[in-house]
Write a protein that binds this ligand. Structure first.
Ligand code: CA
Ligand code: CA
Ligand code: CA
Length: 307
């Protein structure tokens, strides 16, 4: 016998059956009661590239109670999510450790446990679902939501916009353009290729503060052309942090004319660059004869006022 509850059903089901063994003995009737639970659902769009929320046990389920809900990523990082009534939901990017554990292919395991008491007996059970959540096959042009999204690109050139919130955005291969609207991110990883991070909101960042706010890696271009007045201070640790290139990290910064950039060097390091103002500049951080890092500065000239 196969029992198929309707989708989302949660409750006690009692089966009674009568066994006949062909002998002369009287048939015996007995029963079994089971707690039927819905599978937890990982919420992502059809391409699997956006996950605003990871989980749901939704609806009204009689008197059974969701007692436990957990999310596990790639068999490792696991987090408990406190149920609210019979629902449990949290943006994946919000869960401690999840953004940093994301890779090209991800397996999301959701586990929910329910409990109910009927006629003095406690029934409990656990239901699990596993969802593969991986980079896209083709170039993505994804806009996130105001909430905390996970955006996964492809190995082509992607355009990924976080649209605010603390997002985790991974571009993978190809030359990607990643934009963030808030003042922080869970993670920005350009992956292979020349990737540009665009800050949609102007900010002031002392050395170390960009990476602390946006958790950046594998980014080669920083675009501050957001029509606000940005002010950034960059040293070796910033350029190494953004590019993740341990050999000779190279970063290009794109500026509005009103933006300011300050270069800092520690100890015997020294920045060397053009002595005349220029809209396109190349700087090198040197220590003795060694080039430690390079920095390109591209300034968008102010538009001439209309005649
Ligand atoms: Ca977002
Ligand atoms: Ca890509
Ligand atoms: Ca890159």
């Amino acid at each position: 016998m196969v029992f198929e509850p309707y989708a989302g059903f949660l409750g006690l089901v009692t089966f009674q059956y009568t066994a006949v063994d062909g002998s002369e003995a009287e048939p015996a009737t007995t029963g079994v009661t089971v707690l039927v639970m819905p599978e937890p659902v990982f919420s992502a769009d059809s391409q699997g590239d956006t996950a605003g929320y990871v989980s749901s046990e939704s609806g009204s389920f009689g008197d059974a109670t969701l007692t436990n809900f957990s999310v596990s990523l790639n068999g490792g990082t696991t987090a408990q999510i406190t149920p609210s009534g019979n629902a449990a939901a949290a943006p994946l990017a919000d869960i401690a450790g999840m953004a940093d554990a994301l890779g090209e292919t991800n397996q999301i395991t959701l586990t929910s446990s329910f409990e109910t008491v009927f006629a003095g007996t406690t029934y409990s059970g656990t239901s699990t679902s596993i969802t593969d959540f991986s980079k896209a096959d083709f170039a993505e042009n994804s806009a996130g939501t105001l909430g905390n999204d996970v955006l996964l690109g492809s190995d082509d050139g992607d355009t990924l916009g976080g649209a605010g919130g603390s997002d985790a955005i991974l571009g993978f291969g190809g030359d990607d353009t990643i934009s963030v609207s808030g003042s922080s991110a869970a993670r920005v990883d350009g992956g292979d290729g020349f990737d540009i991070l665009k800050l949609m909101s102007a900010g002031t960042f002392d050395t170390g503060e960009l990476n602390a706010a946006f958790n950046i890696s594998n980014i080669e271009g920083l675009d501050l052309r957001n029509d606000g007045n940005d002010a950034v201070t960059l040293g070796y640790d910033d350029i190494f942090g953004l590019t993740s290139d341990p050999v000779t990290p190279g970063l290009t910064v794109y500026l509005d004319a009103a933006d300011t950039i300050e270069l800092v060097a520690s100890g015997v390091q020294e920045w060397q660059g053009p002595t005349e103002p220029s809209l396109s500049q190349t700087w090198q951080l040197v220590q003795g004869e060694n080039i430690l890092a390079t920095l390109g500065i591209e300034i968008t000239a102010p538009t001439a006022p209309p005649e």
